[in-house]
Design a protein around this ligand. Structure first.
Ligand code: THU
Length: 166
């Protein structure tokens, strides 16, 4: 029997003002995106902004649907658009925020598992770390230097390639 211990590092900032200018701007874009979310059912408006290695910034927000499972999270809306438009450009960072009509959320939102899996795919593909910046509508900011911190042991293409039938 063997046990392994892993350590994961998250940085907490008291506010967005402590971020470097590029990340500050990305977070601002995520906030703008959250205002345009289509979330009539949950009223939980999530905004994401993706910064690519070529400097492009792509916004996304959650898109809900009366047939609930047909909707999609903000992070994947942004990531899929980014990868569909610039398939060979790495994602440097993604910022995620949330706002609610009921109250001001002042704690960070951490992305759902499916979105983390999508981040994992692109981080591995580009072989470049994807920084994840998370904040509520206001309040402290959480930063993971690599999405791998949020989803260690993600499912990767290595398995598929290794066990693919001839
Ligand atoms: N949602 C996101 O957009 N991102 C997440 O990481 C978690 C959840 C959305 C999906 C749905 O529209 C609403 O938030 C409530 O789950």
């Amino acid at each position: 029997m063997k046990k392994e211990l892993f350590s994961l590092e998250i940085t907490y900032y008291d506010s967005e003002n402590e971020l470097n200018p590029k990340d500050f701007q990305l977070l601002q874009q995520a906030h703008l995106a959250s205002q345009k979310a289509y979330a009539p059912y949950s009223r939980f408006r999530v905004g994401a902004a993706v910064r690519l290695a070529n400097g492009e910034i792509v916004q996304g927000n959650n898109q809900e649907n009366a047939a609930y499972p047909s909707g999609l999270c903000a992070e994947r809306v942004a990531l899929f658009y980014a990868h569909a438009t610039w398939p060979d450009v790495a994602v440097e960072a993604i910022a995620v925020t949330v706002r609610s009509e009921r109250t001001i959320i002042n704690e960070p939102l951490t992305p759902c598992g499916s979105c983390r899996q999508v981040m994992a795919e692109y981080e591995k593909k580009s072989n470049q770390k994807m920084r994840v910046i998370m904040q509520g509508e206001t309040g402290p900011v959480m930063v993971a230097e690599s999405m791998n911190v949020l989803l260690p042991f993600s499912f990767v293409d290595d398995y598929l390639l290794k066990y693919k039938p001839e």
